[in-house]
Design a protein around this ligand. Sequence first.
Ligand SMILES: Cc1cc2nc3c(=O)[nH]c(=O)nc-3n(C[C@H](O)[C@H](O)[C@H](O)COP(=O)(O)OP(=O)(O)OC[C@H]3O[C@@H](n4cnc5c(N)ncnc54)[C@H](O)[C@@H]3O)c2cc1C
Length: 399
Amino acid sequence: MDLRYSEEYEGFRAEVKAFLADNWPPKGEESQRSQDEQQARFRGLAIERGYLARAIPREYGGSEQPPDVLRGAIIREEFGRAGAPQDPHPPTAQLIPTLLEHGTEALKQRYLPPTLRGDLVWCQGYSEPGSGSDLASVQTRAERVGDEWVINGQKIWTTGAHQADMIYLLCRTEPDAGKHAGISYLLLDMNQPGVDVRPLKQMSGDAHFNEVFFDDARTPADHIVGKRGEGWIVSRSTLQHERNAAGRVAEVRGPFEELVRLAQKSVRNGGPAIADPNVRQRIAEIEGYVASHEYSAYRQLTCDARGESPGPVATMNKLAKTDVCLMMAKLAFDLLGDEGLSAPVSSRDGPPTDSRTWIYEYMNSIAQTIGAGTSNIQRNIIGERGLGLPRDFAAQKNR
Ligand SMILES: Cc1cc2nc3c(=O)[nH]c(=O)nc-3n(C[C@H](O)[C@H](O)[C@H](O)COP(=O)(O)OP(=O)(O)OC[C@H]3O[C@@H](n4cnc5c(N)ncnc54)[C@H](O)[C@@H]3O)c2cc1C
């Protein structure tokens, strides 16, 4: 198997690199603008050149390029290396394919262009205090009153709700229907009196998550994605996009190389930590997982290239990637020694240092094994859909 890119693709890579060298990071006058403005302008240019929003029709603000998974992978690799803005961050990112797949023409026309430019930021209102892994048990209610939905209830762990303009959320609209059948997928403006966002402080000192309370919040009747009562099906497609993205390959090799550098710089028993056989053994073990994750991520890329759904492969990759990130962060934490316990962690504590970046990563890598479905849930999916094992007993009981 030859995993190198062909000459044609390497030529394309050179084009992308030249574009990045000219445009990111911003130079001259452009570098004086605010970060948001710089990113929006850069995104606009990259869409014009066909590097971002490639699968999205021009009428919705995309660059409508012919499908080419390898070009897409090269763009992700090079933009990632340059630290350049890519398509919008999660959870905004997952709404885009969901709207394309299930949204009405009016919703696509209205919301896709500003979302792609980065002018409209979304948050995801799925989890509730009693509904995380068992998401179909959501209790937040939406009642149809005239031309509007009126929403009451509570969401939790809502990433970025304090900065979001809009929320896509799951609500119970048919209280008498079965558990999965009574849910609808609604879009709602966060800037209204019926929406109360309360931050949840994390152990790092930052507050990326929130509780969101809805007290007679309102949204127009046509702000529903998919049919009434079919929100469960729509939500599956958002989650699948989230897990597909979570299993991407490029994000593992970079941190591994950083880890090796940290082991070279850290001191243990009077010499570089990397000379310690125990450290070397842990690094070698991790590199094995990094490499196997890379090959498995190529399987996902192959499925994309063939237009096939990656199915359980994407789930495996999400699980493998979050596990390997956790192993790397644990070793880094051990290498940092006392500094790992005392260094400041929050982004408010000044520019990142090696130790702060790794301690934050240590905390964050645990969170990543929970977000978009916990590792246990991924194992259930792999067992049931990948290996054909009997369904999870608890889930069957709750149907
Ligand atoms: C970084 C991050 C970002 C997040 N962002 C968002 C967001 O923007 N919007 C949003 O709606 N939610 C978000 N969440 C919430 C996330 O989706 C839930 O935390 C997750 O689905 C787990 O739900 P829970 O916390 O209620 O845990 P629970 O479902 O109560 O699970 C508790 C434990 O039980 C295990 N468990 C539960 N059921 C089973 C089962 N059937 N089989 C085996 N084990 C099981 C779980 O694996 C876990 O270990 C985010 C979470 C994190 C960590």
